[in-house]
Design a protein around this ligand. Structure first.
Ligand code: NI
Ligand code: MN
Length: 226
């Protein structure tokens, strides 16, 4: 399977003949190679309601008829807007036709800001474990470091972890190094950095400090084969 990074927290998984997009923040993302008008998606997985994660979900889902999977309140909000959204929550797993999804905790916020500035509550923020074709991918969403990452690492054989390193809103590189250690992921890719000045970080520097050969800083459009 092919897993590609597209800037900020956008990750695309192509496996089992399906295209799965995590947090498709594209048209307002100055650091992506994707085009929201043409990107393909069978499934959109959302970690939380912030606009830099929901991103172009409305337009992409309407065009592609993609199945959205999101935390309950966010899924309800999207469902009320006419989208097909499957609600899930922290600790819950579900077997879909494309693979198995389990939601994990994240320490962050979750709300969606509408065009007129109204802030809509969208529940708890999450991380997502996607198991597909025998491989497990962990997308941490936006989160600070939390010690139950040890538990997530003990209970899941993580092949690839996407961890935020931008600091300010999420873990910075030092905490994300500890996260990488605790999760025992076979490969770690940093996300949620270099999109805005406030979250500029040295992705390559971070990747080199993860256990030797286990870290990879991907440029938007670069991919990993699992
Ligand atoms: Ni966020
Ligand atoms: Mn974010």
């Amino acid at each position: 399977m092919k897993i590609s990074y597209h800037g900020h927290s956008v990750v695309k998984v192509e496996a089992n003949g399906k295209t799965i997009l995590f947090d498709p923040f594209i048209s307002d993302n100055g650091n992506t190679d994707l085009d929201a008008d043409t990107v393909e998606a069978d499934v959109i997985l959302l970690t939380h309601g912030h606009n830099d994660h929901v991103g172009d979900t409305f337009d992409i889902a309407k065009r592609t008829d993609a199945q959205i999977v999101a935390p309950f309140e966010l899924a309800t909000y999207l469902g009320n807007k006419g989208l097909n959204a499957h609600p899930m929550y922290i600790g819950g797993g579900h077997e879909f036709d494309f693979g198995h999804v389990k939601f994990t905790q994240a320490f962050h916020g979750s709300s969606y800001t509408e065009e007129d500035g109204t802030i809509v509550y969208t529940g708890m923020p999450t991380g997502i474990l996607l198991t597909i074709d025998g491989k497990t991918i962990y997308h941490a969403g936006d989160t600070g470091l939390f010690s139950d990452m040890k538990l997530i690492g003990e209970r899941n054989d993580i092949d690839l972890a996407f961890l935020p390193i931008g600091d300010n809103f999420t873990m910075g590189p030092d905490d994300a190094l500890t996260a990488a250690e605790w999760l025992k992921a076979k490969q770690v890719v940093p996300i949620h950095y270099n999109t805005f000045d406030l979250i500029n970080q040295d992705g390559e520097g971070y990747a080199k400090k993860v256990r030797p050969g286990k870290g990879a800083a991907l440029e938007p459009g670069e991919s990993i084969e699992l």
